[in-house]
Design a protein. Structure first.
Length: 445
């Protein structure tokens, strides 16, 4: 069914808003809900369980960790209080711009506490909670809010005054219910499609990993004679393959350092400084690459990157993520979170595939489990076990994997683009419905 605009519109009285449906009002948000209402519910038993939501427990798509809890006495002071049907709105950058916020319900004992970086919006008789939630998700509210953020860079926030006084589109309660019903149905359909697509991406990634793992442990010939690898958890490998420690196959295992002066010396152009966020399994991502000037680069030549180097992240959440260098730049360097491996007796792309295989990644995480450390050191990396055929066979394996993984990667990219378009459509739909550009009364009725 094609959605149409309202039959009649009127001037909202606000130039940058323009016209609104004839029967709607534009009211300051504070007249539709309390913003950061004061007071906490009195609790007789301080050991009672309550819902506890730090910022990371709330997502940009409106979900939150319903199992997150704490004792009342542990969070009653120092955290923001809320109750059922309150809207939580992230006020700090970048969470506000990313759309973080949620409508809470079914709280443990009807009580919740969370990050002090949430604004709490509590509806009154002029609005229903879910409508307020949808209003805070509109690009209109988020984009204007972003322009009015206050504070130093990296710590900017949406102020209480801005939130209270933002003009809110306000139809009747009946119509708000119609709008919420329509948006609940439509966004649920969109979200279900997105979840199916995300699951398909995960299955494709698993297929890609299995493909790589099989090629770098069994080779390409299904009839190859096999031998015992001598390692219980590996089993058999092709008869003519070798088993070596990584350190005997490369001429260099070394990470970079933090440039003197840290991020203050980064420039808009110069020599790329590769950090962990630039290293991905499907290649180097250089959109947010940092740059250092030539004179600083000259003091860091020991960690200069060369063509065909293999790079791996050795600290943090992305530990083990790796790729190789082709022709992306003439000069580059790495910081202390990225390790350079310079192949000598192994084909560089084969080593890159090997390390991203399940076999390579298992060794990364087995080291972590065994040492309880948050990073890999050079000795641990050097002792990684590598199975490899001769150079000619390595190149054949790489050609095969390049072709097969390229097909999978292209399919994943198409699905990811579809998800992006669905997310954009969902935002646009919420915007057009909440701002009265389209009439959904007959659809939701």
């Amino acid at each position: 069914m094609k959605l149409k605009p309202y039959p009649k519109y009127k001037d909202s009285g606000i130039e940058w808003i323009g016209e609104i449906p004839e029967e709607w009002e534009v009211r300051k948000l504070k007249f539709n809900c309390q913003v950061n209402p004061s007071g906490k519910k009195y609790v007789f038993d301080e050991k009672i369980s309550v819902t506890f939501l730090p910022m990371e427990a709330v997502t940009a798509d409106g979900n939150y960790d319903r199992d997150s809890e704490a004792e009342y006495k542990e969070v009653a002071e120092g955290y923001t209080y809320f109750t059922n049907n309150d809207v939580l709105l992230a006020k700090i950058t970048p969470c506000f711009e990313n759309g973080k916020g949620t409508l809470v319900d079914h709280l443990k004992n009807n009580i919740g506490f969370g990050s002090t970086e949430f604004h709490i919006l509590r509806s009154n008789s002029s609005s229903i909670p879910k409508y307020v939630y949808y209003f805070t998700k509109t690009p209109l509210f988020r984009n204007v809010g972003e322009a009015f953020m206050e504070g130093a860079a990296g710590q900017k926030r949406i102020g209480t005054y801005f939130t209270k006084n933002f003009p809110m589109f306000t139809p009747s309660i009946k119509e708000q219910n119609n709008i919420v019903e329509f948006l609940d149905n439509k966004t649920s359909e969109i979200n279900q499609t997105i979840e199916k697509d995300k699951r398909l991406i995960e299955l494709l990634k698993e297929k890609r990993t299995a493909l790589i793992n099989n090629a770098v442990t069994k080779g390409l010939s299904p009839n190859a004679k096999m031998k015992d690898s001598g390692i219980d958890w590996i089993g058999e490998i092709p008869e003519d393959w070798n088993v070596d420690r990584l350190k005997f196959l490369v001429s260099k295992i070394n990470s970079g350092i933090t440039p003197k002066g840290g991020s203050a010396v980064y420039t808009d152009q110069g020599i790329p400084l590769l950090r962990s966020q630039n290293i991905h399994f499907d290649g180097l991502k250089l959109e947010d690459v940092a740059y250092i000037p030539e004179d600083i680069y000259q003091t860091m030549l020991n960690s200069a990157v060369k063509r065909h180097d293999v790079l791996i992240n050795i600290t943090g959440a992305s530990i083990g993520r790796c790729t190789h260098v082709e022709k992306e730049f003439e000069k580059a360097n790495v910081n202390q979170h990225v390790c350079i491996m310079r192949p000598k007796k192994i084909f560089y792309k084969y080593l890159s595939y090997y390390l991203r295989s399940r076999l390579g990644q298992d060794q990364v995480f087995s080291v972590q489990m065994g040492t309880s450390r948050e990073g890999l050191n050079f000795e641990q990396l050097g002792n990684f076990i590598v199975f490899h055929p001769n150079k000619q066979e390595q190149q054949k394996i790489v050609q095969y994997l390049d072709k097969q993984t390229s097909k999978i990667d292209k399919t994943i990219q198409k699905i990811e683009r579809k998800i992006e378009l669905l997310e954009e459509y969902k935002k646009s739909l919420i915007h057009y419905v909440i701002t009265g550009k389209i009439d959904v009364r007959s659809v939701a009725a």
